[in-house]
Write a protein that binds this ligand. Structure first.
Ligand SMILES: Cc1cc2nc3c(=O)[nH]c(=O)nc-3n(C[C@H](O)[C@H](O)[C@H](O)COP(=O)(O)OP(=O)(O)OC[C@H]3O[C@@H](n4cnc5c(N)ncnc54)[C@H](O)[C@@H]3O)c2cc1C
Ligand code: FES
Length: 259
C-alpha cells in the first residue's frame, strides 16, 4: 500500500485567486515527494466541532521547495475556516490519498484531453506538467477564470464559459467541437453532469477515458463506505457493485463506474 503521511504543516502562502477561490501552498516534503497527479489530501479543521477532514485535490507539487498547492472554493464552514488561515499558520493534513491519473496512458506520441470543470480544474495543473504526450487542456468555468496561466504553460489551453465571457460559450464539449479537437485519451475532473457527458462523448468517439470523482467523503481512507459509487464489477472489499471513491478512486476508468 502506498505510504501516506499525517502532518502538521506550515502554510507558505494563501491567496484569493478568484471570487471565493483560494490557493494555498503548504510546506511538506514527504507528501510533495510521494504524490502523483490526481491524488488528494484530507485537511483537518482546527475546530473540534468538525471532526471529519475535507478532501481537497493536490493542484501542484514543488519538490524543490518541498511544497504542495491546493486550490479550493469556499463551500461551507470547513473551507471557510481554511480560507482564514494566513502564511505561517499550521494546518493538519493527511496524504497523498487515493489513486491518481494513469501517467503511463499519457505518454509521448498520444494526444491527451485534460478536461476540468469548475473546482475540478486544479488537479489538471500538475497532470499537465507531468503528462508527456500532446496536452490539450479544456477548462470549463461559469464565468470568472482561474489557473489559466499555469494551465497554458504546460499545454494548449481552450476555455469554455457558461456566460460566454471568454472562449466558447457553453460546455467543455461545445469547446472541443467548436475547435475541432481530437484525442487518444481523456482525463477529466469536475461536476457529475459534466463527467457523465464526457463519458458518453468518449464512448461515441471510441476514446479511452479516465475520470476523477469529487463526491462527499467522511473518513477519506476507505474505512466507512460513505463515498461509494456504483461500479460495473463486484468490489473485492464489500462484494457488491460498489467502489470507494477515496480508496479505489478518485480516478477511475470511466467504463468501470456508473454515473
Ligand atoms: C477527492 C476530492 C477532491 C476534491 N478536491 C477539491 C478541490 O481541489 N477544490 C475544492 O474546492 N473542492 C474539492 N473537493 C470538494 C471539497 O471536499 C468540499 O467542497 C468540501 O469538503 C466542503 O467542505 P465544507 O466544510 O466547506 O462544506 P460543507 O459544510 O461540508 O458543505 C457545504 C456544501 O457543499 C456540499 N459539498 C460538500 N462536499 C461536497 C463534494 N465533495 N462535492 C459536492 N458538494 C459537496 C454540501 O452538500 C453542502 O451543500 C474535493 C472533493 C473530493 C471528494
Ligand atoms: S470516505 Fe470513508 S470509505 Fe471513503
Amino acid at each position: 500500500m502506498a505510504e501516506k503521511f499525517r502532518e502538521n504543516a506550515v502554510i507558505l502562502s494563501q491567496e484569493e485567486i478568484a471570487h471565493q477561490i483560494f490557493s494555498m501552498w503548504i510546506e511538506n516534503d514527504r507528501i510533495a515527494n510521494a504524490a502523483v497527479p490526481g491524488q488528494f489530501i484530507s485537511v483537518y479543521s482546527n475546530d473540534s466541532g468538525r471532526m471529519l477532514p475535507r478532501p481537497i485535490s493536490i493542484c501542484e507539487t514543488d519538490k524543490e521547495k518541498h511544497a504542495i498547492r491546493i486550490v479550493y472554493r469556499i463551500a461551507g464552514k470547513g473551507t471557510e475556516e481554511f480560507s482564514s488561515y494566513q502564511k505561517g499558520d499550521k494546518i493538519d493534513i493527511l496524504g497523498p490519498l487515493g489513486n491518481g491519473f494513469p501517467l503511463d496512458r499519457c505518454k509521448k506520441g498520444r494526444k491527451i484531453f485534460l478536461i476540468g470543470g469548475g473546482i475540478g480544474i486544479p488537479p489538471m495543473v500538475q497532470l499537465a506538467k507531468e503528462a508527456e504526450g500532446e496536452v490539450q487542456v479544456i477548462a470549463g468555468y461559469r464565468s470568472e477564470r482561474f489557473l489559466t496561466e499555469e494551465l497554458g504553460q504546460n499545454g494548449t489551453l481552450y476555455v469554455a464559459t457558461e456566460d460566454g465571457s471568454a472562449g466558447t460559450k457553453g460546455t467543455v464539449l461545445d469547446c472541443i467541437r467548436e475547435n475541432g479537437l481530437t484525442a487518444d485519451v481523456i482525463c477529466a475532473c469536475g461536476p457529475t453532469p459534466m463527467l457523465r457527458a464526457v463519458k458518453e462523448y468518449a464512448k461515441e468517439q471510441g476514446i479511452e477515458c479516465w475520470i476523477s470523482m469529487e463526491e462527499r467523503m467522511a473518513c477519506g481512507i476507505g474505512a466507512c463506505l460513505a463515498c461509494v459509487c456504483r461500479s460495473k464489477e463486484v468490489d473485492d472489499h464489500s462484494r457488491v457493485h460498489n467502489k470507494r471513491i477515496c480508496k479505489e478512486g478518485p480516478v477511475f476508468n470511466a467504463e468501470d463506474i456508473e454515473l
